[in-house]
Every structure is written in C-alpha cells, then in structure tokens.
Design a protein around this ligand. Sequence first.
Ligand SMILES: Cc1cc2nc3c(=O)[nH]c(=O)nc-3n(C[C@H](O)[C@H](O)[C@H](O)COP(=O)(O)OP(=O)(O)OC[C@H]3O[C@@H](n4cnc5c(N)ncnc54)[C@H](O)[C@@H]3O)c2cc1C
Length: 521
Amino acid sequence: MSDHSVVVIGAGMGGLAAAIDLATAGCRVTVVEKAATPGGKMRQLHPGGGPGIDSGPTVFTMRWVFESLFADAGASLSDYVTLGTADVLARHGWTDGSRLDLFAGMERSIAAIGEFAGKADAEGYRAFCARSQAMYAVLRDSFISAQRPGLFDMAPRVGLAGLPALLATAPHKTLWAELGRYFRDPRLRQLFGRYATYTGSSPFAAPATLMLIAHVEKEGVWFVEGGMVNVARGMESLAGSLGVTFRYGEGVQAILQTGGRASGVRMESGEMHKADAVVFNGDISALRGGLIDGNRPLGPAPVVSRKRSLSAVTWSVAARTRGFPLSHHSVLFSENYRDEFRQVFGNQSICERPTVYVCAQDRYGGRSPSGETERLLLLVNAPAIGDRASFDPARVEEVRRRAWAVLEGCGLSVEPVGEATIATTPDDFEQLFPASGGALYGRSNHGLMGSFQRPGPESGLEGLYLAGGGVHPGPGIPMATLSGRLAARRLLEKARGVSSGWRLPQTALRTAGSGAVFQTT
Ligand SMILES: Cc1cc2nc3c(=O)[nH]c(=O)nc-3n(C[C@H](O)[C@H](O)[C@H](O)COP(=O)(O)OP(=O)(O)OC[C@H]3O[C@@H](n4cnc5c(N)ncnc54)[C@H](O)[C@@H]3O)c2cc1C
C-alpha cells in the first residue's frame, strides 16, 4: 500500500488510531490538525501559566483497546504510556452528608453498598454486575467491534443461542427504569444512572443497555502517569515512528473531490494537499455544513440540535480544598436528578443545583497534593447550544455559583487561588470542535434506535471515511479509538478491493477477554 496516500483530518483519538493502522498497513499518512497539539478533546490547560490540568477526558478504561492498537503496530503500550491501577473507582457524595466509594474489587463494593444502603441493595448490586457483564459480553462482539451494525444485523451475529442474551440488553427500556429493579435506594439509582452521561445522554431517556458501562469501569480504571494527554502523545509518537507526518496549527477548509471521490484537502491557507483517501475525525455535522467541496450536499446528515448529546461547563483550576476528602474521581450529587436532565434536554438550560464531577489530579496511586493547592477539573452537564448562545462572564459566574453551592452542600469547599481558573463553556467547545454546538459525544443515545443512528466509517462520498466519538461505536476515548480502527479497516478493504474476509494484520483478531477485538462484517 506504499503508493496509497491518506490525509487524516484531526488528531483526536479516532484520527490518531486510524493514522497508526493505515501507516502500519504501509500507507503514506499525513495528519492535519488545526490545534497546536494532538488529542482533540484530550487536552491540557495551564491556568495562570501553571502546571497542566487535564481538561477533557479523565477516566481511562478498556485498556485492551489501546494495547491491541499498539501491538498491531508492532509496539507495546507500556513503552509509550505509564498506567497505574485505581483502587477506588470513584467517590460519591450527597448533600445529606452520605458518601459511597466504588472499588475495583466487586466484593469490596458490595460490602460498601451493604453498609450504605442495606443488604437488599448490596445483593441488587451483585445481580446488576452479573447483568452488566452479560450485556458487555454480548455487545462487544456483535456491536462495539463490528462495522456499524443495524438493530437487525445483530441477531445473526450472536446466533440463535445468543438471542436471549441480546434481548436481555433491554434497548427498549430506559436505564432509569431498569435500575429500579436492582436498587431501592434512590441515591444508588442516581449513581448508576450517571453512566448514561458517559455517552452524553440522560438516564431517563437512554436505553438500559448502557448498564454495560458499569461493567467496563469495574474491569478497570487506570491513571495515566503525567496526565491523560500522555495517551495522545504516546499515540502521536507511535504514529511518527511509523512514518506518519503531522501538521499542526492550520485547519482544513475543504475536502476536495474529483470524479465523485475524495481527492485531498484544501488548507485554510489555500494550499492543496492531494491524497487517494481522506479520513475525517471532526464532528460529522461539519461535513454537510460546507466542508465537502461541491454544490451537492454530501456526507451523513448533521445531528439536529435536539438530538445532540450533552455539552458541559468545566473549570480547570488550581485551588485549596477543605472538607470532603476528594478521591481522584469524585461525583457530588444534587438532590433532583430528573430536573437536571429535564433542564438540559428539555429547556436547554442548566438546573439550579447541578451535579458536579471533580477530578483531583494530584490524588492518585496513594499520592496526595504536595502543597496547599491542587489541580482540579470540575464539570457540570450543559446543553449543546454553543452555536446559538454565548455564555458571557456573568452567566458563567452564575453557573459556577450554583455548582459551588452543591459542592458546599456535600461538604466540599473549593477556593481557587488567584485568577488561576479557566472556564470552558458550550460555545468554547463549539469553537474548538466546529459544527458540534458544543456537544461532546456526537448525538445522544436516547431511545431504542439512538445507538444505531451514528454513521459507520463510510461517509457517502467514495474515498472519505469517518472516525471519532460521533461515529459508531460511539463516544469515549476507547470507543473513538475503535472507530478510527474501523475507518482504517474499511479504507484498506476498499483500496484492496476486498469487501469482506480481509482482516487487519497481526493481532487485530487477538482476543480480549472472551471475544475477538474485530470481526469481519
Ligand atoms: C470535558 C470532557 C470530559 C470527558 N470525559 C471523558 C472520560 O472521562 N472518559 C472518556 O473515555 N471520554 C471522555 N470524554 C469524551 C472523549 O474525550 C471523546 O469521546 C474523545 O476524545 C473524542 O475523540 P475523537 O476521535 O472524536 O476526536 P476529537 O477529540 O473530537 O478531536 C477531533 C480533532 O479534529 C480536529 N479538527 C476538526 N475539524 C478540523 C478541521 N477542519 N481541520 C483540522 N482539524 C480539525 C479538532 O481540532 C480536534 O483536535 C470527555 C470529553 C470532554 C470534552
């Protein structure tokens, strides 16, 4: 494939993964990224010019996705990225003063839940774990690792014997309703319902299938030494060693087409870069929004604003903290979870008392902050209206006040030091990730069909492939990475004229746990 040239637009997880697989297969790959660094949403900010604070993803799961990506390129993840295991998966607090830790070991979590909510809910948790594990097992191979399956394509994949398990993933029920079968304590329903937000969705509208995220976390949450951005840097470094060229600091203005297929890109400077194929890692709504050159609108349908996933308001801050003993990941819950999602998805606003996620970045692996201050990322859910509304300083301050009131209610005082706070709002996210409206996870997963409406790797324009959190199998850093691999695989299949049966080289079919990483379609 050395005569095959590919431009990858965007150095997010999906773009980096696609670049690695394509270079491994022998393609000449150039990654063009409008930001100055790789990672996309995985980025660090430096409030007050101080040390970097991870200001995007902070929860690293599904380590096997990255291990197999590196292994298939003939490398080892551990040579590029140092990971440590989290003992406490997350600490949860409520305004009534109650607290609950979830642990990496299930029995410890069962004991903690027993103390927190009683024996019945502890047993409920055991049953919930079994169910979420079964869901993950059936969906990993039939959905997550497969080229965009439709609802009805999945039945043949699991076979007759697998059908009951497939039905048990309950895509027709809401996560919230199903959680009621396992937990009587509303706080536990809230805690496990929050997993819907990992796909930018509401637990009151997302399918019960998202229970599988609980299993993914139970399988392991890792710390990344030096910060999450080291994952992106490690992927960039591996890609570089495979001959991938990176160009930063200038965006692509248009995807060129010749004879009905993508033929390269035009940079903002007007410079043309010809290629045999293009992988697009930006938000899919940008494509029909004018990014594809030509008169006829091409590409997947943009995500209409009411179907967008959650956005967020985040604060990256060096602060003094008191009270609530923060863990690396802490979630401080408000009292009215339903109202929170009603406001975001219904009224497109932020509720009076939002739940706050806090990542205390100096607390991990037995370490605690060395001085008086510590590095925090705080996050509240927000509507993806960044293309229509701007969060002026007064509005941001109002949201901050509401978030800090919930923190105080849970016993945590956060006192920013000096001016060292950077707030990022939906309109900032829209600027960073054009055409997204600030939605951080593509479209929401609401309803029976929500998960099946993300496009697959093919864009509708020959030679143009899609990768990223807005594409199948969905958002989150492991999923976006898988989407990049699926895009590379489809591109290579097409370039080689084989539409089925061809598999990625080496270890792509290695098993991770009980099933194959990739399946042929
Ligand atoms: C605050 C926050 C917290 C999160 N928390 C978690 C978490 O804890 N765990 C988890 O797994 N996931 C989390 N996520 C989600 C996760 O970060 C994303 O799903 C994933 O990183 C998306 O990767 P991607 O491949 O879609 O690329 P993106 O990160 O979206 O990057 C796309 C890149 O394309 C570039 N680009 C776009 N258009 C152009 C153009 N025209 N020319 C050149 N370049 C262009 C952009 O600059 C960007 O760098 C979080 C996200 C955010 C924002």
